[in-house]
Design a protein around this ligand. Structure first.
Ligand SMILES: *[C@@H]1O[C@H](CO)[C@@H](O)[C@H](O)[C@H]1NC(C)=O
Length: 226
């Protein structure tokens, strides 16, 4: 009896169930584990590999699709910013004249806008060569630089750099020991689109220039603010 029990246990371990009838022991094959039979991978190795690959490919495709959409968006943002920067380029640089002989304007009775006739550069056409006015094409921080020069004894050189008629910097060289007077100023100013920048010759003052370009008026957009 002890031996039979042992045998039964051994059979159980090896996956077989032994039943006993009048005709002796009957062996049945134990049913396969349901957890294993439902795993398609074990049932059909080939289709399982295919399925996994398809899943991975689909995942990769989704990842690529997402990445492409993101990259396209970023590229569009960068292109818009670049186009905006290109469209807002503004720089001008002008001199009073380009004459062979020194030619003066002034002295004047009252503040007069100086009309610089010789254009080095007028990128964005902000400077009007007929009126001498620079109109800011868009809001931003602008760099402005001016130099004046005159060489008549008993006459001073003085001018005022103005934004919308309001002085930003005054340039002054009063009558002294020598007839030559000159001065310069540099300023960075915040301008709104449409603001007008001028150089104004002040009362009783004079400036003179020729091809040496002693009098220059320069401005450019450092960066746009909107
Ligand atoms: C990826 O994009 C292509 C083209 O737009 C599309 O046909 C495909 O279904 C997309 N794939 C996934 C996984 O979204």
């Amino acid at each position: 009896m002890r031996a039979l029990v042992l045998l039964y246990l051994l059979h159980a371990v090896f996956g077989q169930v032994t039943k006993y009838s009048w005709y002796g022991p009957v062996q049945e094959v134990r049913a396969p584990d349901p957890a294993l039979s439902s795993a398609a991978c074990l049932a059909d190795q080939t289709s399982c590999g295919c399925c996994l690959m398809k899943k991975n490919i689909n995942y990769m495709e989704m990842y690529f699709n997402q990445s492409i959409v993101e990259m396209k968006n970023q590229l569009m943002t960068a292109q818009t910013a670049l186009n905006d920067m290109r469209a807002s380029r503004s720089a001008f640089s002008v001199a009073l004249n380009n004459q062979v002989f020194l030619t003066c304007i002034g002295p004047v009775n009252s503040d007069t806008v100086i009309i610089y006739k010789h254009v080095f550069l007028n990128l964005g056409n902000g400077y009007n060569v007929q009126t001498g006015v620079f109109t800011a094409p868009r809001s931003g921080v602008y760099s402005l630089a001016v130099t004046i020069y005159g060489n008549k004894a008993n006459l001073a050189s003085c001018a005022s750099l103005q934004v919308n008629g309001i002085a930003v910097a005054r340039l002054n060289d009063q009558i002294g020991q020598d007839p030559e007077d000159s001065n310069s100023a540099v300023a960075a100013v915040k301008l709104n689109a449409g603001d007008k920048v001028t150089m104004n010759l002040l009362k009783n003052c004079l400036i003179c220039d020729d091809f040496n370009h002693f009098n220059t008026f320069t401005g450019f957009l450092l960066y746009a603010t909107n």
